[in-house]
Design a protein around this ligand. Sequence first.
Ligand code: SF4
Length: 340
Amino acid sequence: MDKTSLCGFTVEEIFGIIQPGGFTRSHALKISHLIYKKGIRDLCSSSGLPRKLRDFLSQTSETGLYPPVSSVSSSDGTTKYIFRTPDTRQFETVLIPDKKRNTVCVSTQSGCRMGCSYCMTARYGYHGDLSAGEIVNQVISLNTEVNVTHVVFMGMGEPMDNLDNVLKACEILTSEWGVAIARRNITVSTVGITDAVVEFINRSDCNLTLSLYSPFPEEREKVIPAEKAFPARKTIAIMKDHPLQKKRRFSVAYIMIKGINDTDRHLTELIDLIKGSGIRVNLLPYHPVPGDNNISSPDDRMMYFKHNLIISGISASVRRSRGADINAACGLLAAGLRKV
Ligand code: SF4
C-alpha cells in the first residue's frame, strides 16, 4: 500500500487520516508539531507519540520530509540547496542569513514556463509543479540551526502558475499548528497572472510583489512574455483597488540594467505608475545571464532612483546582491542544474 506523505497536509487533514484508527485532534496537533516545528523525518521513532499511534502511522503514512541532495555556500553567507524528488524533478532553495532576519527563498516549480529572458530558470525549461509539501519541506529540511524568520517565493517557477499549492503552503507556513511564521514575513512574487493574482489576494494575507522590469508595456513584453496576456498595469490596478490590510505589503520588483531601463524617462514613468498607490518599489541589481552583455546599473544610479521615488512619496529600497558567486542570486537559479 502506498503511504500518505503528511507534509503538505493541514492539521484537519491529518486528523482525517488518523481518526479511523481511534485517534483525536490533539494527536493530529502533536503530529503537525513534530513535522512542521521540529522537522522530524521519522515519526515512528519519535518518543513524542503514543506507541499505538506510531504503529498506526508506520502502516499508513510517512512524513514526506527529505533533505537536499547537495548545497554550496557563498562567501557572503548565503547557501544554495539542490533538492531532487523521487521522480527526478530538481529545484533550488536559497537560505539568506542576515543580522536580524533569516530568509528562505523557495521554488514553486521545477523550472518555469514563463520564459523571461533575464532568467536562467526559463532556460532550464518546465519540469513540473511542486506540491504544497515540497514547498514547505524547503523551509524545514535545510539541516541548519538557523531560525527561519522570512520566506520569499522567488525561487524557480511562477507561483501563480501553481496557485493551489502555493496557497496551501502559505497556510501551513503561517498557521499556529504549522511552521508559524508571521504572514507579514512571507512574500510571493509574480509576473502577474491576473486571475490568479486576484484569487491570491482574496485567499491569502501574505505579501505580493510584481516583477515589473519596465513601466513601458512594449519594453516589458520583450523581456517578460507574460506581459502580452497579463499586463503589469492590470496587476498594479488590482493592487491599487484592493484595500491594504495592516501589515500586508504590495510591492514591485524593478531589476535595474544600465542604459536599458534606468533612464530618467523610465524613472518619470515609474513614478507616475506607482504614485499614491501605497505600493513599494524594490530596486534590484541585475545579474547577467550567459550571452547577455548588459550589466547592472551602478550603485549611484540605483540610489538616484530610490531618492527620487522617496521624494515623490513612494516607499523604495535598494536590495543588496546576495549569493551571486554561487548562482543563487535573482535570475540565476537553475544555472547549475543538469537536465535529467
Ligand atoms: S523570472 Fe520568474 S517567472 Fe520569469 S522565467 Fe524566471 S522563474 Fe519564471
